[in-house]
Write a protein that binds this ligand. Structure first.
Ligand SMILES: Cc1ncc(COP(=O)(O)O)c(C=O)c1O
Length: 432
């Protein structure tokens, strides 16, 4: 077996007697092992590995936008997605023992002072990043954005209340279908006939003047359609609700335009398992009688997201990402980087004389998810395979639309997009 292609863990499992000191990864910073010892007479020949925390310089050296470790691929997955490498290294350094707690974050009581400091800091940093006004509650929940498809109507309206949905892609369609069970939901605009490639002008929207809320999906992850501006609810007492799962914290947002924002964390801000809800406090406390206790925002807000055991480690990771985004200069700076990456990729597609095509109308193209097809569709499988060989993975489009999709979230380094574009040009030169 070749050590060069095996991770230290896999290698050790298969060669328990072998000392790892010659494993190639140990010469890199990715897995800095300081000492290895075998435990004599242990029934399963246990091996104890002591991992050293990366130094502060090692962590700093890997800020987003820079070339990453040779061992890592460029991961263009739509979610769970790539995370900032310096955040992963920081988590690695704190995984075994967090600060002076004597234990890992995974082992802490969610009611202890250490975890409370983690969740409170995560909330405070998120509030700073998005400039969330004090009249809004922030909650770290579970169940994914999909659970919010039901929680939103259950909390914000009664069964007979009308609500409006703009359907700009698969996710807003799913949200609408779920809401229908709990209120009088209506689709006031659908992009289905155009294969979800555009967003209409807001002037022509036929909103119900009594709608309790107007729901949008701010960025359709599958179709690559992103709102650049937001509609205003016609009902002066109605609110705008947005699913921001796939563009959360990718740019500044005026939170005060929304009654509520929700997002699954697993694209821009953390691992899967955490769902973030930002909601105006006066909207809390009016849930329908049938609302399960866990889905009632009152339960969650009154208990500061700690009604039951929260996804502690995921929240900790989100906190590290928020710190990292602040260190980068906040969301204005992050948006600049995202615009630059997206521009490079869309320009390459548009300059390919039709070899590559992005079906989405230019004015609403997503900065996060870039779908594209090949004119010669029979080459798409080869494109994806060859890209993977070059360490650019997860470029296959969603099964419902086909083609390719490059998700270029905050943590995708510029170098990853540049490498993809260089590969696209080279692939075109060979196949045009
Ligand atoms: C925009 C959007 N909304 C909702 C969801 C569903 O999220 P979850 O898997 O967290 O339920 C996704 C998942 O990719 C998404 O991209």
């Amino acid at each position: 077996m070749s050590m060069a292609t095996t991770s230290p863990h896999a290698y050790l499992l298969q060669n328990p007697n072998h000392l790892l000191k010659n494993h190639p990864s140990l010469n890199s910073n990715a897995f800095p092992v300081t000492s290895i010892r075998t435990i004599k007479n242990a029934p399963f020949r246990s091996i104890s590995i002591k991992c050293a925390a990366p130094t502060a310089t090692q962590i700093q050296d890997r800020s987003p936008g820079q070339t990453q470790s040779q061992d890592r691929v460029f991961n263009f997955a739509a979610g769970p997605a790539t995370l900032p490498e310096n955040v992963l290294l920081r988590a690695q350094s704190e995984l075994y023992i967090w600060r002076d707690s004597g234990m890992s974050v995974m082992e802490m009581s969610h009611r202890g002072k250490d975890f409370l400091s983690i969740i409170q800091k995560a909330e405070a940093d998120l509030r700073t990043l998005l400039e969330i006004p004090s009249e809004y509650a922030v909650m770290f929940l579970q169940g994914g954005a999909t659970t919010q498809f039901a929680a939103v109507p259950l909390n914000i309206c009664k069964q007979d209340d009308p609500v409006d949905y703009m359907v700009t892609g698969s996710w807003s369609d799913k949200a609408f279908k779920e809401a229908q069970k709990y209120c009088k939901a209506k689709v006031i605009w659908s992009g289905k006939s155009d294969k979800y490639t555009r967003i209409p002008s807001f002037d022509g929207l036929e909103q119900n003047p009594d709608a309790r809320y107007l729901h949008i999906c701010a960025n359709e992850t599958i179709h690559g359609v992103e709102f650049k501006d937001y509609p205003t609810p016609k009902n002066p007492n109605g609110i705008l609700v947005a699913d921001m799962s796939s563009n959360f914290c990718s740019k500044p947002v005026d939170v005060s335009k929304f009654g509520m924002i929700y997002a699954g964390a697993q694209k821009n801000v953390g691992p899967s398992g955490v769902t973030i809800v930002i909601i105006r406090k006066d909207l809390i406390g009016n849930s329908q009688d049938v609302t399960p206790v866990m889905l009632d925002y009152k339960t969650q807000a009154e208990n500061n997201s700690l009604y039951n055991t929260p996804p502690c480690y995921g929240i900790y990771m989100c906190g590290l990402v928020f710190e990292d985004l602040l260190d980068q200069g906040g969301l204005k700076e992050v948006e600049k980087k995202n615009k630059k990456k997206a521009e490079i990729l869309y320009n390459a597609i548009d300059a390919s004389n039709g070899f590559y095509r992005c079906p989405v109308e230019k004015s609403v193209r997503s900065l996060m998810n870039v779908p594209f097809t090949l004119e010669k569709s029979e080459l798409e499988a080869e494109f994806i395979k060859e890209a993977a060989k070059e360490k650019m993975v997860q470029l296959k489009g969603h099964r419902s639309v086909g083609g390719m999709r490059a998700s270029i979230y905050n943590a995708m380094p510029l170098a990853g997009v540049e490498k993809l574009v260089a590969f696209m040009k080279e692939f075109q030169a060979r196949h045009a």
